[in-house]
Ligand binder design. Structure first.
Ligand code: ZN
Length: 280
């Protein structure tokens, strides 16, 4: 088993360049993502039915930006109309990259019946309920909800996308991985993608598997990463993420907790979530 899979990343497929809007009212941000084929459980209603396939745009190993087709269409449009890259207006599938909030911090959820070991999901939800004001509640009515579905890695979109959205749960996804993925669903990006990350960590490119170096090449800011940089965040990559040789790919520049823990939300994570909730 490779390190990539041990960490539960959803990897594979060609790498593409595109644009997202991590902040609703700010210009576009360039990103790279992998086009990853996954099982499509949206219309699968019982365990005997075989899922179809769909291709998702997955950045940084576990963030679902949308479908590859939508991301490519938006990128093609913007590259053909580059003046729009600097505009703040929202158009078409731009909504995919936006981080929308869940009303009153409540996230309706479903668990697909084909998902094994569902206790992982319930344990992760219990942790969120114990540590934060966020509440995941069984979906009954309303169009917006998240569904936990089977897959080969762990992945989630960032924030409320509108309509049905997924958290993909691979066989290797632990409760800790799912606490991390729910963090994305709530609206958190990866700690090591912060705009100020180079002041806090050094990226060791020579140890990196070149197929995955695109996961380290971008900075995404959503306007709430103004608190101190948190090595102990559950949203931080482990120090050997996407290593080709087992050696570190990320080295801290200062003293601090070990990077990449997946046991629970850190004090900094909880503060970030409270900041989000205070703006809902
Ligand atoms: Zn992630």
């Amino acid at each position: 088993m490779t390190d990539q899979h041990k960490h539960g990343y959803l990897v594979g497929g060609e790498v593409h360049r595109a644009f997202i809007k991590p902040q609703h009212d700010k210009p576009w941000t360039a990103v790279q993502y992998a086009a990853v084929e996954v099982d499509d459980y949206e219309h699968v209603t019982d365990e005997d039915q075989q899922p179809g396939k769909k291709t998702l745009a997955v950045c940084e190993g576990c963030i679902i930006l949308g479908t590859h087709a939508d991301m490519k269409a938006t990128a093609d449009h913007l590259l053909a109309n580059p003046s729009q890259l600097e505009t703040n207006e929202v158009m078409g599938s731009a909504i995919i990259g936006d981080r929308y909030r869940w009303k009153n911090g409540k996230i309706p959820f479903r668990i697909h019946p084909a998902l094994r070991d569902q206790y992982r999901v319930y344990d992760a939800i219990k942790h969120w309920h114990e540590m934060t004001p966020i509440r995941l509640e069984p979906h009954s009515a309303g169009s917006d909800y998240v569904e936990f579905v089977p897959g080969s890695g762990c992945a989630s979109a960032v924030g409320r996308q509108g309509g049905r959205q997924e958290i993909i749960v691979g066989p290797g996804c632990t409760t800790g991985n799912l606490i991390h993925e729910i963090g994305h669903t709530v609206g958190l990006w990866h700690e090591q993608s912060r705009i100020d990350r180079d002041a806090w960590v050094e990226i060791l490119w020579s140890n990196m598997d070149p197929r995955y170096s695109h996961n380290f090449e971008q900075h995404i800011t959503d306007g709430i990463d103004l608190n101190y940089y948190d090595y102990g965040s559950i949203m931080h990559y482990p120090s050997n993420a996407f290593s080709r040789n087992g050696q570190p790919t990320i080295r801290p520049r200062r003293n601090g907790p070990e990077m990449g823990q997946r046991s629970g939300l850190s004090v900094g994570d909880i503060a970030a979530v409270r900041a989000i909730c205070s703006r809902i």
